[in-house]
Design a protein around this ligand. Structure first.
Ligand SMILES: [Zn+2]
Length: 144
């Protein structure tokens, strides 16, 4: 029994990528090869499959890219994109449990005309603060 992991439209798109790779590398491929490549790539999002195929075509080489090679390039693209997405996420997207101290446990307040840092009143109830201090305490202990 063969389980189809991809939508029919995606399967067709993967097959197209495989055919294009074959053209780019000047190879004759048979239906069995197309099927194996489709199955190998079926757990990867289509955009990554297509970008990886293009990357491999541009990279070139003496040999037609193997299915695992194509899969590896696609996974690398997904990792890169995830990292970029996380890095480019604006800081304002981060939600703080406490807006007063932004979960640092310290508040800037004005006392007698000066800015001073005081412990925030949220400390006993702020989970983000407690988690942070617990983990920093833990890593300090590990360093000792
Ligand atoms: Zn606070």
């Amino acid at each position: 029994m063969t389980q189809t992991l991809v939508l029919p439209a995606d399967a067709k798109a993967i097959d197209t990528c495989t055919a294009e790779l074959a053209v780019a590398f000047q190879r004759q491929i048979d239906a069995a090869t197309v099927k194996i490549y489709r199955e190998t790539m079926s757990d990867v999002p289509l955009w990554a499959i297509q970008e990886a195929a293009l990357t491999l075509r541009r990279k070139g080489g003496a040999f037609f890219p193997t299915a695992p090679e194509w899969h590896r390039v696609a996974e690398q693209l997904i990792q890169d994109r995830t990292r970029e997405a996380l890095a480019s996420r604006p800081a304002t997207d981060v939600l703080h449990e406490c807006d007063g101290c932004r979960d640092t446990g310290w508040c800037d307040v004005e006392r007698d005309g000066r800015q001073v840092c005081i412990p925030c009143s949220c400390r006993p109830t702020n989970h983000a603060y407690q988690r942070m201090t617990k983990s920093s305490r833990k890593s300090q202990n590990e360093e000792l």
